[in-house]
Ligand binder design. Structure first.
Ligand SMILES: [Fe+2]
Length: 389
């Protein structure tokens, strides 16, 4: 009987040999791509100082860059891009999402769709966030003639490249997605509008360092929060703030989150059953991640509130800790086999270690704020039940 061997996929677009990077023991297509960029690559779980970390010329892009290749399960990566004084990053479009936070400096971005010459240009500054719509042309300008500007771009390049490693598909694709962005006026300049609870819908936020936050009772310690619903990408961004003398409850979730400290200082613990404990410090300008499925906690050891920005995939970060209101707000804790640890469920060494770290800075631990009694004294969280469906 004759045997037919197919050497290309059914569409004929991708030679099957392009898939060689998927074999176990070999680097993935995305890993190969990032290693070929000729710029520094930071691995592990954190990059302490995005203001000063070295960057180097990034090919013909017009920018300098460093890549953040954290242990995020090849779900997302981050590109630290420096736009030189008076310079710009050459236009590019690609078949993956990109969420941008301005680390330092000021400038502008122009966006336009494939086949259109109608550019929308909006200005940004330190603290701004925005998303680049899928496959839209975009370019970054530095608004200063004397100071460099640094942007951290969280992207879904790992997912896209491992799904389809053909660079022609990824970087020369002519597909348009008008349901995401069709050149609508004000797309990047509208202030946006509040949705239910702590959700805010907009495609641009001028400064997440100062944007108002609201009570988030079940996360403990009087923490406050705001979620940004940006239709321009599938990424979810939120800011979280918690007071001096407190720390976040332990929790766990899937891979891919990139956290950026906006203000304050402290440290994070990450652990999993039978795995080595991970501990690292952070401050304003640190970018870090949570290991896949690891429990983790963020500890404020300074005299000011801590605020951070988290950029995560879709809504997993929310839904893993969702709890029906009728089950009560502890329905997600360890006792209920959930993904969030009540303070009362912690091992004692966690609080004792924290007390010692705070003492070094003359900070008093606010034990009362980290009790169920205090948590229940706060206003109820205002998510609608429908938000979880
Ligand atoms: Fe987390």
């Amino acid at each position: 009987m004759a045997v037919t061997t197919r050497t290309t996929d059914p569409s004929g677009i991708i030679p099957m040999e392009a898939y060689h990077g998927h074999h176990i023991g070999q680097r993935s297509p995305w890993k190969k791509w990032i290693m070929n960029q000729g710029v520094p690559i930071h691995t592990g779980v954190s990059l302490y100082d995005m203001y000063t970390t070295p960057v180097s010329d990034w090919g013909e892009t017009g920018a300098k860059a460093a890549m953040l290749n954290f242990e995020t399960g090849e779900m997302s990566d981050a590109w630290l891009i420096e736009v030189p004084p008076g310079g710009q990053v050459k236009p590019i479009h690609h078949m993956f999402d990109k969420m941008v936070y301005v680390v330092t400096g000021r400038g502008a971005t122009s966006v336009w769709t494939i086949g259109s010459k109608k550019k929308q240009t909006f200005e940004w500054q330190k603290g701004s966030i925005f998303g680049i719509p899928l496959n839209a042309w975009h370019e970054f300008y530095n608004g200063s003639g004397s100071e460099p500007a640094r942007l951290i771009c969280v992207t879904s390049a790992p997912l896209a490249m491992n799904f389809n490693p053909d660079h022609n598909f990824l970087f020369n694709n002519t597909a348009t997605f008008p349901h995401i962005y069709n050149g609508e006026e004000g797309y990047f300049s509208s202030e946006g509008k509040p949705l239910e609870g702590r959700l805010w819908r907009s495609n641009f936020n001028a400064d997440v360092r100062t944007f108002p936050v609201e009570t988030m009772r079940y996360r403990g310690a009087g923490g406050t929060n705001r979620h940004f619903d940006m239709g321009s990408t599938h990424f979810n961004a939120h800011i979280s703030e918690f007071p001096s003398g407190t720390y976040k409850k332990g929790h766990r979730h899937g891979p891919g989150a990139h956290l950026i400290t906006l203000e304050g200082s402290g440290y994070t613990l990450e652990w999993n059953w039978g795995k080595e404990l991970v501990e690292f410090p952070w401050k304003d300008g640190t970018c870090y991640t949570a290991l896949n499925g690891f429990w983790h906690q963020h500890f404020n050891t300074g005299k000011k509130p801590v605020r951070y920005l988290a950029i995560t995939h879709g809504r997993y970060h929310l839904s893993l800790r969702a709890r029906p209101a009728e089950q009560g707000e502890s329905a997600a804790n360890v006792a209920h086999h959930g993904d969030e640890m009540d303070y009362e469920e912690e091992e004692p060494w966690i609080r004792e270690k924290y007390r010692g770290e705070c003492a070094k800075n003359g900070v008093t631990v606010d034990d009362y704020k980290m009790t169920k009694e205090y948590e229940l004294s706060l206003p109820t969280d205002s998510w609608r039940k429908e938000d979880w469906t």
